[in-house]
Design a protein around this ligand. Structure first.
Ligand code: SAM
Length: 274
């Protein structure tokens, strides 16, 4: 495997189990209900799929710089679909005759009654994943049609979904990698881009890595070591940088995770321009 200089770890969710991610449990209820969500640095898509499947999101896009991880994320989508409880025969009945409103209502009912991990994983291993029915049947805002993935360096490249904006942007455990690869200016540019794609009143959820965890990243290669030496900003400065850009003061939601993954999750709101 090549050196994970962007934090592009393979098997990340085997080290950081995330069938139900404890970071999402820290967020206010309804953070995602009916929302357009961008998950930056989605890795193999476990958190992205959970938001799409169980949190009532209208549409979730996961973006990652590493194409191998994005291919794993598409596979994860099908695995999650294959393990969930099938729709009841009642809610399946007559779907081909349903209009859009019926389908949307049906989809949100399903979120309430949905049971993830209904089938044992061994079934999927033995027989392969279940096919995904066309979006015409399930509705494009029901899982799994409400989640998609893109490969891009999101600090410097746009993805098509950016043009419509988002209600919620997530950056879990990625700020260190953007900071150390792009320097202080790269990180500021990242925060400005997040601001620019959010609707006014939209929410930015950030899980920054602590400064002492940068030590390990610096050892990955000379380029990261040299770049790290130029850094003047520290994670403790992020709140004031985000404030200067136009975000609210941080709402510190709490700390979760074990060992080296123990981190705080902060929520910022894009202020309405007066
Ligand atoms: C440590 S992992 C965190 C994964 C996930 N956000 C989580 O916390 O569950 C960081 C991820 O960010 C991705 N990444 C790093 N820099 C990126 C960039 N500029 N654009 C998109 N993805 C990036 C890496 O490939 C990696 O999958």
């Amino acid at each position: 495997m090549s050196v994970p200089t962007h934090g592009n770890y393979y098997g990340y969710y085997l080290k950081r189990p995330s069938v139900t991610d404890p970071r999402l449990a820290l967020l206010p209820e309804n953070t995602f209900s009916g929302k357009r969500v961008l998950d930056i640095g989605c890795n193999a898509g476990w958190v992205t799929c959970e938001i799409a499947q169980s949190r009532g999101a209208h549409k979730v896009v996961g973006v990652d710089i590493d194409d191998t991880l994005i291919r794993a994320a598409w596979k994860r989508r099908q695995v999650v679909w294959s393990l969930q409880k099938p729709q009841s025969s009642q809610s399946n009945k007559g779907n081909d005759l349903m209009d859009f409103e019926d389908l949307t209502r049906n989809a949100s009912m399903e979120v309430t009654h949905l049971q993830a991990d209904y089938f044992p994983a061994s079934l999927q291993h033995s027989f392969g994943p279940l096919p995904i029915p066309p979006s015409k049947i399930r509705g494009k805002h029901a899982f799994p049609h409400n989640v998609s993935f893109r490969t891009a360096d999101w600090v410097t490249e746009e993805i098509v979904e950016d043009a419509n904006g988002y209600d919620v942007v997530i950056a879990f455990s990625i700020s260190k990698w953007i900071h150390i690869n792009g320097g202080d200016e790269g990180l500021r540019a990242f925060f400005r881009r997040v601001y620019s794609v959010l609707e006014p009143g939209g929410v930015f959820i950030l899980e920054p890595q602590e400064w002492d965890t940068y030590k390990k990243a610096k050892k990955l290669n000379d380029s990261l070591r040299n770049s790290a030496q130029t850094l003047e900003l520290r994670p403790s400065d992020f709140e004031s940088i985000l404030g200067d850009i136009g975000f609210s003061p941080a709402c510190h939601l709490g700390t979760t995770g074990d060992g080296g993954f123990r981190r705080t999750v902060d929520l910022y709101v894009k202020q309405h321009v007066t």
